[in-house]
Design a protein around this ligand. Structure first.
Ligand code: ADP
Length: 546
């Protein structure tokens, strides 16, 4: 196995004589295999060192041979590590359970502290590695032990498992393999990225057994299986939405900005030395297309969408918040290139720095910001926020997001496109359309009447109109939609104060998602009343064109 970033870093730590390293991973076996391969890699180690494994069941073993003696308790294991008179890497697989105890034995803590110095100053090149699925390190040891995350497997590692699985089953008469064309193996492995090696192997096995064939169609079976597995952790939802940029009415400035960043993880982009974009924060009024945009980015860039439930990360219902954040970052990075959509980000970080925060929110927020700033993998973050009052100011600082956009109520020109999109989407059957022509003379009166409506309200108007016609089993008429409009109390009426405040905020901090084109000139096409004030001019967000 060629050296990876992880093995190179771990080898460097071992050679620099870091005495105790704590590796966070769910994948104990893969980690041990990785260490064993690393130690044989002559580009990393001139001479292989023995690898010891310790569990409470077997005590110590080396090369699958169990060492005799009473070495199954944590204390005895540490004494063994201390007394060992040879070079070696000692992987303690079960020590985490003792360290996780709220009243971890003091003699274990003491022994670990002493071991740090005894190994450092001793004659032998020894490294103790503690593995655990979470960071179980008592406070007293925080400064003594180095922590390292073991990343999820790469597509290449997954490919090794798949190739082995195929080889093992080639002779099986009940299975057929149609994987030699169209990069099928690579695509299957790419589809399994984001899973542990074990999960990936299970997903492959399942898709083989399902219909007795492994072929390109299993890419979607694996993706579906991955969706279920990722969903099970309760933090992320994985999907490949089917929406297109054309499904968004207006927001041309934002769309143009996004389009310029499509493929920015490609080989071609590398020629330009472009840094991977960090992400975008889309703020604005509810129902104006923020979520729609997040979903569309993923489709138009043809990368998976991971929707993050920040509430679940913090809630503690599924594991510790820190571990949850690590899982999210690891999963997202292993699925790169991908879009990580953080819906209503303000809800998660609203407690940052407040008196009610026990420190967790602030700490996690710090982890998140550091990751945003330093991430090298192509994980494009789309954060959406309705309520800007709760956004911590640090989130807005330059260097966090590449741009902050503001999505306002759609202008006339935008409403026209949105109405057209939703009419065309729903009005597909000739019985429902009847003699209607969905041209300007039909749409313009609706545009005129929906001033101040959000995109979601416009969609609702179309749906309500359709219900009118459906309930009377007839074709649709313009009056169905006009009635629906008249029965709607738009957000702008109930929340005008809030809207004014958010626009003022956006004028200073965010770029308008609407293009200048759609703000005035186009809008005038339907503004036939010269006395009517042009409300388009008062839209929030700075007018910068991309
Ligand atoms: P939010 O800004 O609250 O995230 P959404 O994107 O979820 O709003 O919008 C809800 C629905 O309203 C969308 O799924 C879409 O059907 C419709 N909608 C909102 N804005 C637009 C738009 N600009 N173009 C087309 N449809 C829109």
């Amino acid at each position: 196995m060629p050296a990876t970033d992880f093995t190179k870093e771990l080898a460097a730590l071992i050679k620099a004589r870091f005495p105790i390293i704590y590796v966070v991973t769910w994948e104990e076996k893969r980690f041990v295999d990785t260490v064993k391969a690393m130690i044989q890699d002559t580009s990393l180690f001139s001479k292989p060192r023995p690898v010891w494994e310790w569990t409470v069941v077997d005590g110590f073993s080396k090369n699958n041979r169990v060492e005799k003696g009473d070495i199954k308790t944590p204390m005895r294991a540490l004494e063994f590590a201390d007394e060992l008179e040879e070079d070696g890497i000692l992987i303690l697989k079960d020590l985490y359970a003792q360290l996780a105890l709220p009243n971890c034995e003091q003699n274990v803590i003491r022994k670990l502290k002493d071991l740090v110095w005894r190994i450092k100053e001793g004659d032998w090149l020894k490294t103790v590695i503690i593995t655990g699925h979470d960071k179980f390190i008592p406070d007293a040891l925080q400064k003594e032990i180095l922590i390292k995350e073991f990343a999820l497997p790469t597509a290449e590692e997954i490919q090794q498992v798949l190739v082995k699985l195929v080889e093992q089953n080639r002779q099986n008469q009940r299975l057929r393999f149609d994987i030699d064309s169209n990069n099928t193996i690579a695509r299957l492995c790419e589809a399994a990225c984001g899973l542990t090696l074990n999960e990936a192997e299970n997903a492959f096995a399942l898709s083989m057994v399902n219909d007795g064939v492994l072929n390109a169609t299993d890419v979607s079976t694996i993706a579906e299986e991955k969706k279920q597995i990722i969903h099970r952790n309760g933090l992320l939802e994985f999907s490949m939405p089917k929406l297109k940029m054309e499904d968004i009415g207006g927001l041309e400035n934002l769309k143009k900005w996004l389009e310029k960043r499509a493929q920015s993880w490609s080989e071609q982009a590398r020629k330009y030395n472009i840094p991977a974009p960090r992400g975008v924060l889309i703020t604005g009024l509810p129902g104006c297309g923020k979520s729609l945009t997040a979903k569309t980015v993923s489709t138009s860039w043809n990368v998976p969408l991971l929707r993050l439930d920040m509430g679940a990360v913090f809630s503690g219902l599924v594991g510790s918040s820190e571990r949850n954040m690590r899982t999210v970052i690891q999963t997202a990075e292993s699925m790169a290139p991908c879009v990580l959509w953080i819906d209503e980000i303000e809800k998660a970080f609203s407690g940052v720095g407040s008196s009610g925060d026990s420190g967790t929110a602030t700490r996690l927020f710090g982890t998140f910001l550091t990751w945003m700033q330093e991430k090298e993998k192509f994980v494009f973050v789309v954060a959406t926020a309705n309520n800007i009052d709760f956004l911590p100011p640090e989130l807005m600082r330059k260097g966090r997001f590449d741009e902050i956009f503001f999505v306002d109520l759609p202008t006339r020109a935008e409403r026209k496109i949105i109405i057209d999109i939703h009419l065309k989407k729903r009005l597909t059957h000739p019985d429902v359309i009847g003699n209607l022509k969905l041209d300007d003379s039909f749409i313009d009166p609706l545009v005129e009447r929906t001033e101040g409506f959000t995109g979601a309200e416009i969609e609702q108007v179309v749906i309500s109109g359709l219900f009118e016609a459906f309930s009377e089993n007839r074709a649709i008429t313009i009056d169905d939609f006009i009635t629906a409009i008249e029965n709607t109390v738009p957000l702008v009426v109930t929340q005008s104060e809030k809207i004014r405040a958010i626009r003022e905020w956006a004028n200073v901090r965010a770029v308008s998602a609407t293009s200048i084109n759609h703000k005035a000139s186009n809008g005038q096409a339907v503004n036939n009343d010269p006395k009517k004030p042009d409300e388009e001019a008062s839209r929030g967000g700075r007018s910068i064109e991309f």
